[in-house]
Design a protein around this ligand. Structure first.
Ligand code: 3H9
Length: 694
């Protein structure tokens, strides 16, 4: 075996050159791979003993794309385009032997090979859109020529993968093989023996020509993705590239459109934010002080306390991975209701065709209801999901301490309470941790794992790993009121309330945040959650507290068709004259002279306090790194991923600008909340960003 580069080897076996890419972990197209592909193909082409070439990868996958860590830096070595051109124009057939995930630039590499075979488990996709990009190495021009325009549009705008069967059916591969290396070599020999042509996808125009008469393919996809892709640039740019493939006179013109649009996305803010988030998500799983060799606790059965919305949703995550759950309630009625809702949710999913009726039955069979907490004695993990009341939670944990076997994890789903205090109700605080799921718990991707002062390393490690098993992205946070997510939410909600007393109306504030990219603004969010959460009749003070006034007037949010908005029978909100009247009264009572408030002021006053709170959280060590805060906000609160998360956004605005504005607002209002966090001031003075804080 000869090393063509530090990442690509070449061997010749019985007239077939085998180029092996070996660049762990995912064989990304780093400069050494690009150089190896160019040189390896040139060497094989020049070798008279070689009649064909097989391109294969070592390790767990075929090339999974361009090397994202190289983006934004200075490119070295041959460009991907140069390497791919050399391959496509090679005078000897190249067969791609595919396994694992062939993604992005990896699929584009396969598409310049003259033939492709794969094993049965291989998965294919162009996921660039998820990084705010488009396939920039010919993917938007070649894929539609193979799988057809409609399917290509679907693949590039969603970034979703297809399996080997679908790839075979759509012509993306020629064969599914069992012995990848051996069968690919045999396939290459057959191509030579049978004198099969060197198929260059760029020359195949049948699918493109067929789509010329169907402009509706483009309007249809635009319509289909409009809601999901609101605010994102990349999906539309991907569509434009395929449109160019169809409408251009020749392949190279389409390729030029692709190159221009790729460059624009690559140098723009959205892709920078989405690439940041790609690494943020993976970084969040790494816990510096928990050694690699820490043992994990086996989780084979789970107990959930509380069959309400949270308890039911949490249970579904666990049933989905085939792990039995015992759910405990205090009354038969509450238990029956909770279990019925779980079943209904599954049946709705089955109706949409996402799972089978058998799946529904299999999952429900793993769920046991009980009125006796002692039934949790043998569980490996118990998650308490009752309402937010410290006294009740401590009673439950004291009971669990006596009942549940040693070594099990005792978790609370509290969204704000002190996990250390909850742990103090037991004599095994090392086994206690917070697992804060977000509602709806069976859907939302985020899990805040709240480490108590005494939570043990195995408990932390197992919780993070278990989160991954149930399809969540976990961020490890420390104990403070509201942890990371709700603590950052609080100052924004407070500013939103201030703004409506000073002159804005709920729909104006909501629109600014909606246009920023949030799924909804603070007032719509409150209406959705219910204004009566945490409200009680005894303590209600409608004379002084706006929220209390609304609840007292029966305006509890969407569920009563009235909250900060009026709702029609389809829950469509409209600004409410009654609310406007109440707000004006409140302004007057608070001595506020109402004024016109600009959208810019609204945005700054809602977002800067969040960034500032994030800085305090970092300063106090509640989050390990700023990117973990971004993960919490993107996956837990719908922060637009194309803005990277609040801390990334802070860095992109520039910390000196935020510090200066906060000081100005402090000067104007005297409100101590505008005091910039010491860490933010320090980083700003040092010319650094949150990303530099470790
Ligand atoms: C592109 O191709 C552009 C072209 O069209 C045009 C160019 C001109 N680069 O996810 P994992 C790292 S854009 C660098 O935990 P899994 C990752 O950070 C690219 N590094 O594993 C992690 O590092 P660490 C289009 C990468 O098994 C480690 O590998 N391609 C890349 O759960 C393991 O990753 C994509 O968007 C990369 N491309 O999933 C595919 N990919 O261990 C992106 C991964 O230090 N990748 N790393 O934390 C993926 O979707 C998943 O990583 C994959 C494996 C499915 C491959």
């Amino acid at each position: 075996m000869v090393a063509v580069s530090n990442m690509v080897d070449l061997t010749v076996e019985d007239g077939v050159a085998i180029l092996t890419v070996d660049n762990p972990p995912v064989n990304a197209l780093s400069s050494g791979v690009r150089a190896g592909l160019s040189d390896g193909v040139a060497q094989a082409a020049a070798d008279d003993n070689v009649t064909a070439i097989v391109l294969i990868c070592a390790g767990r996958t075929f090339i999974a794309g361009a090397d994202i860590t190289e983006f934004g830096g200075k490119a070295t070595g041959p460009s991907l385009h140069e390497a791919l051109e050399a391959m496509e124009n090679c005078s000897k057939p190249i067969v791609a032997a595919i396994h694992g995930t062939v993604l992005g630039g990896g699929l584009e590499t396969a598409l310049v090979c003259h033939y492709r075979v794969s094993d049965a488990k291989a998965r294919f996709g162009l996921p660039e859109v998820k990084l705010g990009l488009l396939p920039g190495a010919g993917g938007t021009q070649r894929l539609p020529r193979v799988v057809g325009v409609e399917k290509a549009l679907q693949m590039v705008t969603s970034g979703d993968q297809i399996g080997a069967d679908e790839a075979l059916a759509s012509g993306l591969i020629s064969e599914i093989v069992t012995d990848l290396r051996g069968d690919a070599i045999a396939f290459a020999k057959k191509v030579v023996a049978e004198g099969k042509p060197l198929v260059r996808i760029r020359d195949q125009n049948a699918e493109i020509d067929a789509a010329k008469a169907k402009p509706e393919l483009f309007s249809n996809i635009r319509k289909a993705i409009a809601r999901k892709s609101r605010g994102f640039k990349a999906p539309e740019y991907n569509i434009r590239c395929i449109e160019a493939a169809v409408n251009s006179d020749n392949f190279d013109d389409g390729l030029k459109v692709e190159a221009d649009l790729f460059r624009e996305l690559m140098t723009g803010g959205q892709s920078a934010a989405q690439r940041h988030f790609f690494f943020a998500e993976r970084q969040a799983a790494k816990i510096p002080d928990v050694p690699k060799e820490t043992p994990e606790i086996e989780i084979n059965s789970v107990g959930v306390i509380g069959a309400g919305t949270m308890g039911g949703g949490i249970s579904m995550n666990i049933l989905n991975i085939g792990t039995p759950v015992t759910i405990v309630e205090t009354t038969q009625e509450a238990l029956d209701r909770g279990i019925a809702i779980v079943r209904k949710n599954y049946e709705n999913t089955a109706k949409k065709g996402r799972i089978s009726q058998q799946d529904v039955e299999d999952r429900m069979a793993l769920l046991t209801g009980s009125l006796n907490i002692e039934d949790l004695a043998d569980c490996d993990l118990v998650i308490e999901a009752v309402f937010e009341n410290m006294k009740v939670k401590k009673e439950i944990f004291a009971k669990l301490d006596k009942i549940v076997k040693q070594g099990a994890i005792l978790a609370s789903n509290t969204s704000a309470l002190d996990v250390n205090e909850i742990a103090s109700a037991t004599v095994r605080p090392e086994s206690v941790i917070g697992l804060h799921f977000f509602s709806p718990a069976n859907v939302m991707k985020l899990l805040e794992v709240v480490r108590g002062d005494k939570s043990s390393h195995p408990v932390i490690k197992t919780s993070m790993a278990f989160a991954k098993r149930i399809g969540k992205v976990a961020a490890l946070v420390g104990v403070c009121p509201g942890f990371v997510g709700n603590r950052i939410l609080a100052p924004r909600q407070q500013q939103a309330q201030q703004l409506i007393l000073e002159g804005a109306l709920p729909h104006q504030v909501d629109k600014v945040l909606f246009d920023f990219g949030k799924p909804m603004g603070p007032f719509q969010m409150s209406d959705l959650a219910g204004l009566d959460i945490g409200w009680s009749e005894e303590t209600s003070n409608g004379k002084e507290v706006l929220r209390d006034r609304l609840v007292e007037a029966g305006r509890r949010g969407q569920k009563t068709s009235a909250g900060y908005y009026d709702y029609d029978e389809n829950r469509v909100p409209s600004p409410s004259p009654e609310i406007e009247k109440i707000i004006l009264e409140f302004s007057e009572k608070n001595g506020k002279t109402r004024r016109e408030i600009s959208d810019e002021e609204i945005l700054i006053r809602c977002i800067y306090p969040m960034i500032n709170e994030g800085a305090k959280i970092l300063e106090e060590g509640i989050a390990i790194r700023s990117s973990d805060i971004d993960v919490v906000w993107v996956y837990g609160y719908g922060w637009p991923i194309y803005r990277g998360g609040p801390m990334f956004y802070g860095d992109s605005i520039g910390l000196p600008k935020i510090v200066a504005k906060m000081r100005e607002l402090k000067e104007q209002t005297g409100d101590p909340m505008w005091e910039p966090a010491a860490l933010m001031v320090k980083l700003a003075e040092e010319g650094k960003g949150f990303k530099d804080f470790a």
